[in-house]
Design a protein around this ligand. Structure first.
Ligand code: MIG
Length: 673
């Protein structure tokens, strides 16, 4: 049951796909306003839990903290923060009353989830123009399904994008990429893709190639394809200002860049130096920017990651000038301590400064709108630009696409990665806790930088992170310039990494089937336990185990030096302790809490009663995985599984979709169509 309430006149976000009649505002269940803002208040009981909010810090139950929906380029994902890169305005209250609430509003929202007062949920918007959807259902999962039906089917990634991807900021030339690929091949480490970070471009200009580093790019893409490796280039939001650069000149000629109040294009500084931001919210500009991906598509590229699209601003021309002026003033004074700190602050607040986001404008359907009012749509619309262009340019094929900034609605065009995390144990835990919240909001194809982006990884952290990462749809090892190298070639325990990746490729028939089911049925691929065991109070306390699809539960180890952990089983399950696809040990465990050992070279999988886990024999890349040569793990005398398969690359209507019933009875497995 979905109820829609319309307040004022919202700037259209196209987050929602269902047409719903709006209700009388007098029926709206919670509401309070003051002069300056628009806020909803709701009393919570002590036991109520709050889920949702997608990409956010802290636990699965969001209660007790304050979150702001404001796409932010902030590489420090510590628990004192309020915003990350995405703005996902869906929350689900689970208590005496149970409902979901989606606030469709492109500006900033504050979700005070029992932070100011533990018993109060308070949501504040900067103005009155928004649409709200109140969603009721029998269970949390039912509410999520309704919500997802409202916002439309999630993006479907090509199947090869479920393979292992290796990334680094940056592989500087073709030979560095070749070295990564040969190392994986020589050491029997599966690999499906290598990512190209900003240095593949000519001076960071979108839709160009650095000719010195990649002399014949098209040929190189081809060479990699022959080895079943997909190259995935990055695309940044800002377009370099440079005479003679076609994208810049086209943008100027057609007037497609965001403008300042005085009508001149807004200038920001990012990686390419001075840039203009394409007006992704302007229909024609969006079409133009999307079509520009053609430059790479025609060279055989079939995947992209969109970065810096909050949009990130290192500096604006105006701010820089102001700061320089003020610094001159300071330099003539004898600084007292107060002015020392304001001087320091002056420089530290140059990047991503809130004032700069008020200094440029979009044109949406002929109307001029100041950026801060629609801030959370920018990354969404950049990714939509690409997604819509792919539909036009390569209508038959799935193209890999994911973004850093996002808003609900973008989930129909691409996935996300969770940005610049650190090589910290706490960020492995954050990854575990964030995944189900992303799933609630429709971002099914998602994942974190495995091993951590910033900081220096250690072998044990890498092993534990990969042991979790093999369950996330996007499985990518990425790390920042200047950090310790993080490719698997850097580690001593190669055989263990090999086994972990082999397990991933073994699990692929299941992972892909469950992912596709969650797309097609508006369900979740990674779930908190309490979304499956709805009335189990104990399960609702568990924040570090997840259900993966319908057959299994996982309990990752995420603490340094831990050689095991406590695991809660909501029902009797069959533990499969895996060291490799061939080395498995089984143990039936009763409902309740168990301390289980888990060494660095193994993973723990828990199979539910009556369920089946299909496994392939693995492979060195997706092409080698035989999705028809399966073995089955079974728990119980009778068990059942519905397996989804398709060709993994065509758009759905021609992807040769197939459902197979796998039935286990009287000790035999039968597969039927
Ligand atoms: O300001 O392209 O999140 O994945 O490696 C940093 C360089 C810009 C941020 C992305 C990261 C990428 C990096 N980018």
């Amino acid at each position: 049951m979905i109820r829609k309430y319309v307040f004022g006149k919202m700037i259209e976000t196209e987050a929602v796909v269902l047409q719903i009649q709006d209700e009388q505002l007098s029926q709206f269940p919670f509401f309070s306003t003051d002069e300056k803002s628009f806020s909803l208040k709701l009393e919570m009981s002590d036991k109520d839990k709050v889920y949702g909010l997608g990409e956010a810090v802290r636990g699965i139950n969001k209660r007790g903290w304050l979150y702001k929906s404001k796409c932010s380029d902030d590489p420090s994902h510590t628990e004192d923060k309020n915003s990350l890169y995405g703005a996902h305005n869906f929350i689900l209250l689970d208590g005496e009353v149970k409902f979901g609430l989606f606030i469709d509003y492109p500006g900033m929202i504050t979700f005070d989830v029992g932070y100011s007062s533990y018993r109060e949920l308070k949501i504040t918007l900067e103005d009155f123009n928004c649409e709200m959807y109140v969603i009721e259902g029998e269970s949390k999962l039912q509410i999520v399904k309704e919500f997802r039906r409202l916002i439309g089917t999630s993006y479907i990634a090509p199947r090869w994008a479920f393979g292992y991807g290796q990334s680094r900021w940056s592989y500087m030339n073709a030979d560095e990429v070749r070295a990564v690929v040969s190392f994986h091949k020589e050491n029997q480490l599966p690999l499906d893709s290598v990512y190209l970070d900003i240095d593949y471009m000519e001076r960071y200009k979108d839709f160009t190639i650095n000719q010195d580093a990649f002399p014949d790019f098209q040929e190189f893409v081809h060479e990699m394809k022959e080895q079943n490796i997909h190259l995935i280039p990055i695309i940044d939001a800002g377009v370099k200002i440079e005479d003679g650069y076609d994208i810049y000149e086209e943008g100027i000629r057609h007037d497609y860049f965001c403008k300042k109040e005085n009508g001149e294009p807004f200038v920001a500084g990012v990686w390419p130096g001075r840039v203009h931001f394409p007006d992704m919210l302007h229909k024609d500009a969006r079409k133009w920017f999307g079509r520009s991906y053609h430059f790479l598509l025609e060279k055989g590229i079939d995947g992209f990651w969109n970065d810096m699209n909050e949009p990130a601003i290192f500096y604006s021309e105006e701010r820089l000038q102001q700061v320089f002026l003020q610094i001159q003033n300071y330099s003539n004074q004898n600084l007292d301590i107060q002015s020392f700190f304001s001087f320091k602050n002056l420089v530290e607040t140059i990047n991503n400064n809130p004032e700069d986001y008020k200094a440029f404008f979009h044109e949406m359907n002929g109307e001029r709108i100041r950026h801060d009012q629609v801030h959370n749509l920018y990354g969404y619309m950049m990714t939509r630009a690409a997604g819509e262009a792919f539909l036009e340019l390569q209508p038959e094929k799935r193209i890999l696409l994911f973004s850093r900034a996002s808003y609900i609605g973008m989930h129909r065009y691409g996935g996300i990665w969770t940005g610049d995390n650190m090589s910290w144990w706490s960020h492995l835990k954050l990854n575990i806790q964030m995944m189900p919240s992303l799933n609630m909001c429709g971002f099914l194809y998602s994942g974190a930088d495995i091993g951590g982006f910033g900081g220096n990884v250690t072998e044990d952290l890498m092993l534990r992170w990969l042991a979790f990462g093999i369950f996330t749809p996007l499985l990518r090892n990425h790390s920042a310039m200047g950090t310790r190298k993080q490719e698997l070639s850097e580690f001593e325990k190669l055989p263990v990494f090999r086994n972990l990746l082999q397990i991933r490729y073994g699990l692929l028939p299941y992972i892909y089937s469950e992912y596709m089911k969650s797309v097609l049925n508006h369900e979740m691929y990674m779930l908190p336990l309490s979304f499956v065991y709805e009335h189990d109070e104990r399960a609702a306390q568990v924040e570090d185990q997840l259900m993966i699809g319908e057959s299994i539960m996982i309990a990752p180890v995420y603490e340094q030096n831990a050689r095991g952990r406590y695991v809660y089983l909501p029902e009797t399950m069959k533990l499969i302790r895996m060291k490799s696809l061939l080395d498995k040990q089984y143990q039936v465990l009763e409902q309740g809490v168990h301390y289980l050992e888990c060494e660095l070279d193994e993973i723990l999988l828990f199979l539910r009663p009556g369920k089946i886990l299909p496994l392939s024999k693995g492979g060195m890349n997706m092409e080698e995985v035989d999705f028809n040569d399966l073995s089955f793990e079974v728990f119980g005398d009778r068990a059942y599984y519905k397996l989804y398969q398709d060709d993994g690359i065509s758009k759905l209507y021609q992807a040769k979709e197939e459902w197979k019933n796998i039935v286990y009875e009287n000790a035999v497995i039968i597969t039927e169509k």
